[in-house]
Ligand binder design. Structure first.
Ligand SMILES: O=C(O)c1ccccc1N[C@@H]1O[C@H](COP(=O)(O)O)[C@@H](O)[C@H]1O
Length: 205
């Protein structure tokens, strides 16, 4: 099964180019200033302007001001948006860009019903729920909570690593996987070896 890979939390050009070299399909940039992976619009747009073709930059926001979102996305027509807060469907759709909405899954959630709330999303990202932390937690959730058939492509996130990514893909069969902390050397800095192992693990099936 060909699974696409997004490497999230890119903060510098060297890591971006390294991830592309290993076959990343998408790179995530975090515009949330409480994250240790937070980048400025200028830094991110400078990196995006130097990316090779066929790699999608993803701008991650957590309940951000409209002005910040507009500042980022006007920097490049290539941006896809990841909404990782409690944004409504109409807020997400307002920017007229392809977007994915993150859902933080916990037991008892009706995942199909939550997905159905975002008919304009290109994909839905499923992440672990942790109280008080919007994402990048490094925690895995119970993948058996994900129904076999959903109305949108699924991007699986939350605590993925080079060690568990193949098992995750075989069990969940997502459209794509997304990783941040599991391929880091230190907060905000990616490990060449871990990125290589993660992508080859995700794409070897
Ligand atoms: O990466 C962050 O710092 C971050 C901050 C706020 C919201 C989301 C964030 N990252 C996203 O969280 C998931 C899971 O990350 P991890 O692999 O468990 O570290 C992923 O979708 C990141 O894009």
């Amino acid at each position: 099964m060909n699974c696409r890979v997004k490497i999230c939390g890119i903060t510098n050009l060297d890591d971006a180019i390294m991830a592309c070299r290993h076959g990343a399909d998408a790179l995530g940039f975090v515009f949330y200033n409480k994250s240790p992976r937070s980048v400025t619009p200028d830094v991110a747009n400078s990196i995006v302007s130097q990316l090779p073709p066929f790699v999608t930059p993803v701008a991650l926001f957590v309940d951000a001001d409209e002005s910040l979102i507009q500042t980022v996305i006007t920097g490049s027509p290539r941006w896809v948006i990841q909404f990782h807060g409690s944004e409504s469907e109409s807020q997400c759709a307002a920017y007229q860009r392809p977007y994915m909405k993150a859902l933080r899954i916990q037991s008892g959630d009706d995942v199909a019903a939550l997905v159905a709330e975002y008919p304009t999303a290109s994909a839905m990202l499923l992440d672990a729920y942790k109280a008080g932390v919007p994402g990048g937690t490094g925690e895995v959730f119970d993948w058996s909570l994900i129904p076999a058939r959903l109305s949108k492509p699924i991007v699986l996130a939350g605590g993925l690593t080079p060690q568990n990514v193949r098992q995750a893909i075989e069990q969940v069969k997502p459209y794509a996987v997304d990783v941040s902390g599991g391929v880091e050397l230190s907060k905000g800095i990616k490990s060449d070896l871990k990125v290589q192992e993660f992508i080859s693990g995700a794409k070897c099936g």
